[in-house]
Design a protein around this ligand. Sequence first.
Ligand SMILES: Cc1ncc(COP(=O)(O)O)c(C=O)c1O
Length: 487
Amino acid sequence: MMDLALKLNNTSDIPLHQQLYNELRQAILSGRLQCTQRMPSSRTLAKALAISRTTVLLSYEQLISEGYLRTVPASGTFVACELPDQLLQSPVLQPVASTPQSPIELSSYGATLATVELPELPDPGIVIHFDHCGKPALDEFPIHVWKRLFSRACSLGANMLDYPFDPLGYKPLREAISRYLLQSRAVQCNPDQVIVVSGSQQALDLLARLLLNRGDRIAVEDPGYVEARHVFQAQGAEVVSVPVDEAGIVIEVLSTSAPPVKLVYVTPSHQYPTAVVLSLARRLALLAWAQESGAMILEDDYDSEFRYDERPIPALQGLTVSNSVIYIGTFSKVLFPSLRIGYIVVPQQLAPVLGRAKWLSDRQSPLLEQRALADFINEGHLESHVRRMRMLYAQRRQTLAQAINQQLGNQATIMGDNAGLNMMVQFHTHLSDEEITDRAIQRGVQMHSIQRDCIKADSRGKFLLGYASLTPEKIEEGVSRLAKVFH
Ligand SMILES: Cc1ncc(COP(=O)(O)O)c(C=O)c1O
């Protein structure tokens, strides 16, 4: 044993018993200590290494509990023959190089996914990212508060590591969300109509699976949110394009659609990507149409907290007592996207089946995060963060609008309402969208053309500029680089 040259460092931050454990484990794995070899007594080893006996006992205990050593009563401690590391390793299978790979047959759902474009990795040459359209100012998020609340959630005991029993999500969070929605969006619901999901994207996916059969018709705004359209198409639904004008989705086109649609997906508070707000008259007309036709409305209220000059118009959900609206919200914009927490507010009768859909999909959204988020809302941090971000984004938006007006003049028109984390701009130019994009990239600026968001709508010259995550300096620099694209 003394030949093993165990290296211990008294000045290291790693406790001595942990160092000894590491050294002995390595010796066992490398074969320097061999199967069935008897270990020295703790007293002998402690003496040889000039350390305390407790230190040796602690490292032996860990090695025994992990299966590297075993004790034989009245005989001693021995190196185990079946090491845990070997049990964990699976044999490496050598691929047979010449075997032709037969195609794997996909379901029709799988085959539809082949056409879905994923976001590209950011190009390292890009200096100004106007293409991060929905990205909040993440460096402004009060991470120290989150850290405190998350660590509090972690200290609540082992139950926090288990599945919660409620398939709709952590009840105190659902209560906090229903209070918040009533106050900020006039959404009328009780906590048992709220289901916590992994962002709006999962909300769309679960709802599409619950409500759409192959061949069912769903109306979408055109231009509209392409990631929602992909979900409906993958479900085998027929997507019906409905134009959007300066007051939002055009209801007459919707109501004359034949055969009738079963669902309509809308972003009324801040239409994506045109940024128009659905007028109150149109909201009432949409609700009246839904009630008359029996269609359901999926209301995606993804960034309604950010309106800069007027009070938000109440959500569609709160304007009706009927069962026709399903409301979807997310914390991706108000807090941070990697949180992956959103929610659905459904008519009471849908809650049990939606809970089952969530359970079969991924059981639950992470409980520690749900608990930290409930505290974040209940202690007022959400409200104060939204208030602060509203001011910050309003300034950034103003900086962008001013820079565009000064540097691009009549070569660009700002579209839509004074809201959200991005701005739609119409460029007046003979250049094609590809030429604009390429020239901008050459100048280190990336923008999002709304081409992918359009079905029949004319996307020419229309780009979405995300500003919320950019400092005023970056915004100004970005626009002056852009101006050169058109000169
Ligand atoms: C229209 C719309 N809905 C929802 C979302 C948010 O999705 P998630 O909650 O899955 O992050 C976005 C994100 O960009 C969006 O643009």
